[in-house]
Design a protein around this ligand. Structure first.
Ligand code: SF4
Ligand code: SF4
Length: 205
């Protein structure tokens, strides 16, 4: 997203917040969505095999360029389960296993005027006791297991788990994550804010 363009569009429109998901995204950064192409990928995470791209492994290092190029489409995975009971309001609790910081920044961006997730009934909470969903980020390590289980157990029912970023989904460049129980994986490194919003909306349907 070119912030200058977004600012000018906001000034012309008289309102800063985008209409997404009612309208398509104003602008998706090229290297944050799908990737397609042919040939040798030289991919460090095996995100491309037999010319097929796996969003859940891609760290967007661009080593596959120019054989593979961004498509401009949002990278999405389907929810394994939907939670219609969160339609009216949805409180999310970020849980950091040890990120590089970028996933946190993109998640936090949803509360800025450009995206304004509160207009969709989605809110951050800083305690698992008020959370409907725990959003895990970073590579899962055994030493964080107890802290995670404590937070998860403190959440009221019904509750759900969302994995944000390839570190949380597959371990990214570090390696394979232990199995977890996420209902939706939001691919990206870091995920695009539109992709995060899109996933948060779909998991509540
Ligand atoms: S951007 Fe990097 S991680 Fe993603 S498919 Fe290309 S080489 Fe693999
Ligand atoms: S998925 Fe990428 S951006 Fe997110 S914590 Fe891992 S390395 Fe950082």
């Amino acid at each position: 997203m070119k912030s200058k363009n977004w600012f000018l569009k906001g000034v012309n429109r008289g309102i800063e917040t985008e209409r997404f998901p009612l309208s398509p995204p104003d602008e998706v950064a090229a290297w944050s969505g799908g990737i397609a192409g042919k040939g040798n990928a030289n991919c460090p995470t095996d995100a491309i095999t037999n010319n097929k791209w796996d969003a859940e492994k891609c760290i967007y290092c661009r080593r596959c360029f120019p054989n593979y190029k961004p498509t401009g489409n949002l990278a999405r995975t389907e929810p394994k389960k939907s939670h219609g009971q969160f339609k009216k309001s949805f409180f999310i609790y970020p849980f950091d296993f040890g990120t590089c910081g970028a996933c946190n920044v993109e998640l936090r961006a949803l509360s800025y005027p450009q995206y304004d997730l509160n207009r969709l009934g989605i809110f951050f909470t800083n305690t698992p006791r008020h959370a409907d969903a725990i959003v895990i980020m970073g590579v899962f390590t055994p030493k964080m297991r107890d802290a995670f289980l404590l937070a998860y157990d403190a959440m009221p029912e019904p509750k759900t788990v969302i994995a944000l970023g390839v570190c949380a989904i597959t371990g990214g460049v570090i390696g394979k994550n232990p199995d977890h129980v996420s209902v939706i994986d939001i691919p990206g490194c870091p995920p695009n804010p539109y992709a995060i919003l899109d996933a948060l909306i779909r998991v509540r349907k």
